[in-house]
Structures are given as structure tokens and as C-alpha cells.
Design a protein around this ligand. Structure first.
Ligand SMILES: Nc1ncnc2c1ncn2[C@@H]1O[C@H](COP(=O)(O)OP(=O)(O)OP(=O)(O)O)[C@@H](O)[C@H]1O
Ligand SMILES: [Mg+2]
Length: 429
């Protein structure tokens, strides 16, 4: 997907590299002096949660960390997360209730892009109209039409937000371009970008001597990707740790398990809102006859009536990260639903809950190496927040014992690489 274009000159316009992520977004550019500048999008932080919050009372719209804070502190309103997961789906053109009005999901993505553009322009002090947008290897697995539609929709949103010149680059290639700035020898590297929504791989011949070439297509030996990321790990952990306390897999009256769709909605970031519709609430209320243990049903209804889905999932995510960093047990805050329960996440239970998903991710990494016609690689470069997930790192190490594992810039690397791609024309229109 790389295409030769003319390299940047001093008079060339600034090109913003935008990593619109499922969980976090980041932006960077190469300034007129040729220096990489990662934009502090959220206060001093480079990355900004990809989150939009519509506050009901004040009619205000909040973005990023502010959106998360408002939601988590109980401000009344509607939180939207994982908007990237909707690209390429029919939902993009549907309207959804936000406070007392309704809006198209697509227009909410446009709002997010406008805010990101505004923050970047405030930082740079100049209008920014050129952008290189990162894209996963597959927005949608096994569906080229929907995948193409997802990229088109992303571009349309950026255009409506005011970007007039738009190019695209694969996220793992961008990560590789960034890593290449720091190596001194040529090497064959498997770039592993495991984010919130997708796991993307690219096998690249990196060579500092080639780094300013406009066309790097010859050096990209293979790319693969699978639609599994941190939000799936959160879902799996939520299903195994917390949802059973609300009745998931509960064998109810008559020995039948309670219907499970409400639990799947509650633990899938971009579907949570569906659990709160009038119809879904009515269905959930009527489920009481299926429950042998009414305490579970009461907890389920408390979670739905209090609209605690995002909060629960955020607490599960927190425990996932804590357990991943420490390797020991972490507790999931649950007091707001039942102060007597203290769900725990152990390293073993976490690895077990995620085993199938981790196997799929590792299989996709192997497929990338095989597609390149190689037996082994020199290094595995890890980027993306979920690349720190302990059981996943262990599985990758086991799958590629000969390679050096390099921990990269987890949150800003893709944006930095996109900025590099923008400045040197390593992107396609
Ligand atoms: N230490 C950690 N261990 C495990 N997971 C982590 C850790 N830190 C962050 N994460 C997870 O990383 C994910 C976010 O990563 P990142 O910001 O790279 O994703 P993204 O770029 O938004 O997603 P994508 O590239 O898939 O669209 C979240 O799911 C978060 O829970
Ligand atoms: Mg990412």
C-alpha cells in the first residue's frame, strides 16, 4: 500500500499523522525543522481516550479523558467508546439517542475528528489540512467490501472535519517506520501492534539506509491482521469474572442457562448501550422467572438500571492491566453493585479466559512470518497497549524463541510513524 510520492521540502505543508485508535488516539507531525513532534492531545499526555461524552444537563460534549471522567464520576449522559469498531458496519448511518436528541454515529466520529484537529492546531499554532490516517490491516475480517467501506468512512469523517488532503498507511508499517529511526543495522522485524480492537502484524526489512526512501513497498514482506484486541480481552475477562455474578451461565429454573445476549451486550464496549433500550430492559426484567437465584437477577437489574456497563468494563480493564503489570492477583471494584462481593483476577484465570483469543493472535503472527516465506525473524517489535499483556507476551516468546523481543513505544509509535510517512510521502491516497 505504499506509493512513491515526492519527499517533503521545507515549503511543504505540515502533514498530521493521525492514529485513530479503538481505545486511544494520538497525533504527530514532523515540523518545519524536520523534528518529530508528538502532539500532547490530552493535557500533557500524547494519547487521548477515543471517547465522546454527551452530558445531559449541560448539553455539553466532552472528549478524551474529560469524557471518561465525567462518565465515571456519575454525570448523567451518554458515553461512546470504541467508535472505530463501528467503521464499515451499517450502524455508522444509524441514529442513536444522545441526551434529548439523536445523532448519526458517523457524525459523532466527525465531532471527534474535529476536536482532535482543533487540539492539534492549537498546539501547532497553524491550520492543519493534510493528514495521513493510520488503518489496521483489516478493519473487518474476511470481508473486503466492508473493509474498504471502513477506510472510506474514516476518510470521509476526516474530510468532513476539515482535512482536505488525506492519505493512508497501515498501522504496523507506521510503527515500523518509527522503530527504524532508532536502529543502526538492517534487520528483518516482525512488527506486532496489539491495540484495543485489532492485532496487526507486518514483516519488514528495516534498514536505516532506506528510511527516507519514498517507496518502501519492496521492504514490506507480508502483513496480516485479526480483529482481536484489548476490548476483546476485557470482554472475555468480564464474562469469566464479573458477569457470572449477574447471572451469566447461571443454571436457572428447569436447569436451563439464562439467555446470554444481555451479558454479551453489557461487556462489549460498543454495544453496551443496546442493553439499556426500553425493549432490552423489558426483556431483562421478565427474565426473573428464569433465575433460580434471585440475587443474581437483582444485581443484573441494578447494573442495567444504573447503566453501569461501561463502569464495570472499565473496572475489569483496570484489573486486567494491574494483573498484567504485576503478575499477581488484582481485584475488580464492585462496591457500587454489591459491597459484599470482591471479584478477583488471578494471572492463571486471566490467561485461561483469554487463551483462545491469544492463540488466534499468535497464529496470525506466525501466518505473517510464513507469508513472507521465512522460518524466523531477527526481532519482534511490540507496540500497542495490549502488547504488554503478560500471557500474550509469553505466548509470542514461546512461538518465536529465536527472535529478540523489543518493547517499543506503546502508545505514540504509530502516530510518530504516520507523521514520518506524511513527511516523506510513504503513504497512499
Ligand atoms: N499494561 C497493559 N497490559 C495489558 N493491556 C494493556 C496495558 N496497558 C494498556 N492495555 C490495553 O491496551 C489497549 C489500548 O491500546 P492502544 O491504545 O494501543 O489501542 P488503540 O490504538 O486504541 O487500538 P487499535 O489500534 O486496535 O485501534 C486497551 O485495551 C488497554 O486495556
Ligand atoms: Mg492502535
Amino acid at each position: 500500500m505504499t506509493a512513491a510520492q515526492t519527499p517533503a521540502t521545507a515549503a511543504a505543508p505540515l502533514v498530521l499523522g493521525i492514529d485513530f485508535g479503538t481505545s486511544n488516539s494520538a497525533a504527530a507531525l514532523i515540523d518545519a525543522q524536520g523534528q518529530l513532534s508528538v502532539v500532547p492531545l490530552d493535557g500533557t499526555r500524547a494519547e487521548m481516550p477515543t471517547a465522546v461524552f454527551f452530558a445531559t444537563e449541560t448539553h455539553s460534549v466532552l472528549y478524551g479523558a474529560e469524557a471518561m471522567q465525567a462518565y465515571l464520576s456519575g454525570t448523567e449522559g451518554r458515553l461512546l467508546r470504541a467508535l472505530k469498531s463501528l467503521l464499515g458496519s451499517a450502524l455508522m448511518d444509524e441514529y442513536t439517542a444522545v441526551g434529548d436528541r439523536s445523532m448519526r454515529y458517523f457524525d459523532i466520529v466527525v465531532l471527534f475528528f474535529k476536536e482532535l484537529k482543533r487540539r492539534c492546531e492549537a498546539h501547532v499554532g497553524a491550520p492543519l489540512e493534510h493528514a495521513v490516517l493510520g488503518r489496521p490491516v483489516h478493519f473487518v475480517d474476511d470481508n473486503p467490501e466492508r473493509d474498504a467501506l471502513a477506510q472510506q468512512t474514516l476518510g470521509r469523517a476526516a474530510r468532513e472535519a476539515g482535512f482536505t488532503h488525506i492519505a493512508y498507511q497501515f498501522e504496523p508499517i507506521a510503527a515500523a517506520l518509527d522503530y527504524e529511526q532508532r536502529i543502526t543495522q538492517a534487520s528483518r522485524v516482525l512488527v506486532v501492534d496489539i491495540g484495543g480492537g485489532t492485532s496487526d502484524f507486518s514483516l519488514i526489512e528495516l534498514d536505516p539506509a532506506h528510511s527516507r526512501r519514498a517507496d518502501r513497498s519492496q521492504d514490506v514482506l507480508a502483513t496480516t491482521g485479526v480483529h482481536i484486541g484489548g476490548t476483546d480481552f476485557d470482554r472475555l475477562l468480564d464474562l469469566s469474572t464479573v458477569m457470572p455474578l449477574l447471572g451469566y451461565k447461571h443454571l436457572g429454573t428447569g436447569g436451563r442457562p439464562v439467555p446470554n445476549s444481555v451479558f454479551f451486550d453489557l461487556c462489549t464496549w460498543h454495544l453496551i448501550h443496546q442493553a439499556y433500550t426500553r425493549k432490552a430492559m423489558h426483556f431483562a426484567r421478565e427474565l426473573w422467572t428464569d433465575f433460580a437465584d434471585q440475587r443474581l437477577h437483582r444485581r443484573l437489574m441494578a447494573a442495567l438500571e444504573g447503566q453501569y456497563g461501561h463502569r464495570l468494563l472499565a473496572e475489569v480493564e483496570k484489573a486486567k492491566i494491574a494483573c498484567s503489570i504485576s503478575g499477581s492477583d488484582a481485584s475488580v471494584e464492585f462496591d457500587f453493585l454489591d459491597p459484599e462481593l470482591h471479584p478477583q483476577v488471578s494471572a492463571d484465570a486471566m490467561a485461561e479466559a483469554m487463551r483462545g483469543a491469544i492463540e488466534q493472535v499468535v497464529a496470525c503472527a506466525r501466518e505473517c512470518v510464513a507469508k513472507a516465506g521465512l522460518q524466523q525473524v531477527d526481532a519482534v517489535y511490540l507496540t500497542g497497549g495490549s502488547s504488554a499483556l503478560r500471557p500474550l507476551v509469553a505466548a509470542l516468546r514461546q512461538a518465536m524463541p529465536e527472535a529478540t523481543l523489543v518493547e517499543g513505544n506503546r502508545f505514540g509509535g504509530v502516530a510518530a510513524g504516520l507523521a514520518f510517512a506524511g513527511a516523506h510521502g510513504v503513504a497512499s491516497a
